[in-house]
Design a protein around this ligand. Structure first.
Ligand code: SAM
Ligand code: SF4
Length: 332
């Protein structure tokens, strides 16, 4: 039960989901997310686990019940299972999920599961080592595949693959990824390329729409049958293959924005609250956490952030301006 009134914005959207980015560091350098080389945030500016837990406790009193841990790469932060264990103990948290590139998943899958992590999304854009290197500017495909296999053995409630398909880079991977997901009995979600890269290489004509990917998969396999929405605020539209083998989802953030049902808030690694991936304004929770602010102060700050949320990201509008930060600094 929510003790205080819920987090409702000016358009009636009730916020129940919080994305916690625990680091901006990463062991890959995907061109659509990060620059080739960068200066990471100084460690002492990154929130401690205790600070994150305090923020979450206050958020839960305002109705947050779902958490996703992300980054940067969350598994490069030491002792991540400890944070999961701490979050698991907070009454009111119903679901904890992790988004990872999978590079270190083999090492941590069991301890994450033991700590209470329920769901894992693993990013996988290709099954070709060369394309993996081209995208992530590092080697590591084998480790990611090992990570997926270990996570399957450990028995998470839900494992999902996230893929980005970008024109001129990996469109030839769409069908093999579909085949892999079908063989492995994994859910696969395609996310459209968004203007959140660090090197300003995003262009609308590089976005392969979910609709085009769906058509490619239907030609290669069989008809995709839409599934009923499990949750009105879920960003993905999910389908099952008519032959019963495999499920595919599409997050069409660019061509079919789902802003009208968005229920998500974000906390960046250094404790800035954001009401949208594309927001150009942030609310400084870190300053409050480190200057003796009360829980009530934090509550007011969170409410203020939610109240200021815009109707949508506006990527398709002429005056759209990309946020100053890139995906790895915000948390995808
Ligand atoms: N490092 C982890 C990973 O790669 O899964 C977690 C953080 S990453 C920023 C979270 C997700 O954002 C990944 O699935 C990644 O593919 C996606 N992503 C990154 N940049 C993106 C962009 N410009 N457009 C769409 N999705 C993006
Ligand atoms: Fe790292 Fe994930 Fe960004 Fe790739 S998408 S650079 S793995 S944070």
């Amino acid at each position: 039960m929510t003790a205080l009134s819920p987090l409702v914005d000016c358009f009636g959207r009730v916020h129940t989901s919080l994305r916690l980015s625990v680091t901006d560091r990463c062991n890959l350098r995907c061109f659509y997310c990060m620059p080739e080389s960068t200066q990471f945030m100084p460690r002492d500016e990154i929130l401690s686990y205790e600070e994150i837990v305090r923020f979450v406790r206050v958020s839960v009193r305002l109705g947050i019940n779902k958490l996703r841990i992300t980054g940067g790469e969350p598994l490069v932060r030491s002792d991540l299972p400890d944070l999961i264990g701490m979050l698991r103990k907070i009454p009111g948290i119903e679901d904890i999920a992790l988004t990872t590139n999978g590079i270190r998943l083999s090492e941590f899958a069991q301890s994450l599961k033991d700590a209470g992590l329920q769901r894992v999304n693993i990013s996988l854009d290709t099954l070709e080592a060369e394309t993996f290197r081209e995208i992530s500017r590092r080697d590591g495909l084998e480790r990611v595949l090992e990570g997926i296999s270990t996570a399957q053995k450990v028995g998470f409630e839900k494992l999902r693959l996230n893929a980005l398909a970008i024109r001129g880079v990996n469109e030839r991977d769409i069908v093999p990824l579909g085949e892999f997901a079908r063989q492995q009995d994994l859910e696969l979600r395609f996310i459209e390329f968004m203007p959140l890269d660090a090197e300003n290489n995003w262009e609308m004509n590089r976005v392969i729409s979910g609709a085009d990917i769906r058509e490619t998969l239907e030609v290669a396999f069989c008809r995709l049958v839409p599934l009923e929405l499990r949750d009105r605020s879920q960003p993905a539209v999910d389908y099952r293959f008519e032959d019963g083998r495999g499920r595919i989802g599409f997050i069409n953030s660019v061509t079919e924005p789902f802003c009208s049902t968005c229920n998500r808030l974000r906390l960046t690694p250094e404790g800035q609250i954001r009401n949208c991936l594309f927001s150009r304004v942030e609310w400084d929770a870190c300053a409050l956490l480190r200057s003796g602010g009360s829980d009530q102060d934090l509550e007011h700050l969170i409410r203020d952030c939610v109240r200021s949320k815009k109707t949508g990201h506006g990527i398709d509008s002429d005056d759209f301006q990309k946020p100053a930060r890139s995906m790895y600094q915000i948390g995808g």
